[in-house]
Ligand binder design. Structure first.
Ligand SMILES: Nc1ncnc2c1ncn2[C@@H]1O[C@H](COP(=O)(O)OP(=O)(O)O)[C@@H](O)[C@H]1O
Ligand SMILES: Cc1ncc(C[n+]2csc(CCOP(=O)(O)OP(=O)(O)O)c2C)c(N)n1
Ligand SMILES: [Mg+2]
Ligand SMILES: [Mg+2]
Ligand SMILES: [Mg+2]
Length: 326
């Protein structure tokens, strides 16, 4: 196994070459000049083997997931990424090939998202692989999208499709089977590789469309609950309106329980946002421009809490509505 400083020099320093503030990963900290007229946006998320990814997930995809779950939080704020810090904590059982694959995954997504490594930390652990990333982004001063601006009567939208990832995880865990191999591939891919909606977040901010926004990490129902709690309103959504991929639809047809998994399973990394009714027509145009489904799923109504109506019009029983760690 390589030494700590060899890992940094061989695998991480090349990822910092395009980021001047990283100072070549040779100093005690990174330095960033705040862009004039803009606010800096900071977010950090950790992923742990066995909790957020599976120990046999390919290392390049683990790396890309780590970066992407953080970029998704920047997208939810309407921010453009500037750079990121990486905290890399490995058990002694991990070999160099895993580290190499991990670094390759980061290199590939650095290109995709035009972002570079600013610095980080490399340590060992007697526990599971634990990867933490802090992303820094920028928004026009005072304009970050927030969770708390939603008003009664605003329309609730969500991007993409919901539930693919949670059902992909069930497949990988051997808890669910699908008939078509292409469905399996789609769902597993969505579990391993989120698609952070960077352009959507940016456009919602620039066009002044969203009164509130969040990325769906814990589960659609729970994350709508976070918008409601921050905004002091309630929400009513119709489960039949929640966008499902063909693969998830096929699963729901054979087992209605899959719909509950889709609504509460999380790991979607889609954006959910609220739009004042008079602006709701603009969302369809944005969907066409971005080539991304943006689906109306409900409305903000009531004093608090989220009601999800099933096909029979009755409120579904969804428990906490999403993932919590404790
Ligand atoms: N240990 C912590 N210290 C400080 N702030 C935290 C901590 N854990 C979570 N937060 C903050 O609490 C809020 C909710 O966190 P979280 O549910 O992880 O958000 P997200 O789902 O967008 O990642 C965020 O503003 C986050 O920065
Ligand atoms: C092996 C495995 N088991 C379970 C899950 C499901 N899961 C774990 S954490 C989580 C919620 C999102 O993670 P969290 O740490 O809460 O991130 P944040 O909400 O802060 O973005 C979900 C749905 C998973 N992704 N992988
Ligand atoms: Mg978080
Ligand atoms: Mg979030
Ligand atoms: Mg969470």
């Amino acid at each position: 196994m390589l030494g700590e400083f060899e890992i940094i020099a061989r695998y991480f320093a090349p990822l910092a070459e395009g980021t001047p503030g990283a100072l070549g990963l040779g100093d005690d900290a990174a330095v960033l000049s705040p862009p004039a007229g803009e606010d800096l946006v900071f977010t950090t998320d950790t992923i742990v083997s066995g909790v957020h990814f599976l120990s046999d997930d390919p290392p390049d995809q683990v790396a890309r997931k780590l970066l992407r779950v953080n970029l998704s939080d920047l997208a939810a704020m309407g921010a453009r990424p500037l750079g990121y810090l990486l905290s890399f904590t490995l058990p002694a059982t991990v070999d160099e090939a895993w580290i190499e694959g991990f670094a390759q995954g980061l290199a590939s997504d650095q290109d995709t998202y035009a972002v570079g490594l600013l610095g980080g930390d490399t340590t060992s652990t007697p526990g599971p692989t634990t990867l933490s990333l802090t992303a820094v982004g920028r928004v026009p001063a005072g304009r970050a999208l927030r969770r708390g601006g939603a008003k009664l009567g605003d329309i609730v939208f969500v991007s993409g499709t919901i539930g693919d990832s949670a059902l992909g995880l069930e497949i990988l865990q051997g808890r669910r089977t699908v008939e078509m191999e292409s469905d399996r591939e789609r769902l597993v891919d969505r579990y391993r590789l989120p698609r952070p909606r960077m352009a959507l977040g940016r456009e919602l901010l620039e066009r002044g469309l969203a009164s509130a926004a969040i990325d769906v990490s814990d589960g659609l129902a729970a994350d709508l609950g976070h918008i409601c709690a921050s905004s002091g309103v309630g929400a009513e959504i119709d489960a039949v309106d929640v966008p499902l991929s063909a693969a998830v639809q096929r699963l729901v047809e054979s087992d209605a329980g899959c719909l509950v998994t889709a609504l509460t399973g999380g790991d979607d990394y889609e954006l959910m946002f609220t739009v004042p009714e008079r602006l709701a027509g603009e969302v369809g145009k944005l969907a066409v421009e971005l080539d991304l489904p943006l689906t109306r799923i409900g409305v903000l109504a009531g004093a608090g809490g989220v009601i999800v109506r099933g096909a029979d019009g009755e409120a579904m029983e969804l428990g906490p509505g999403g993932w919590t760690h404790f």
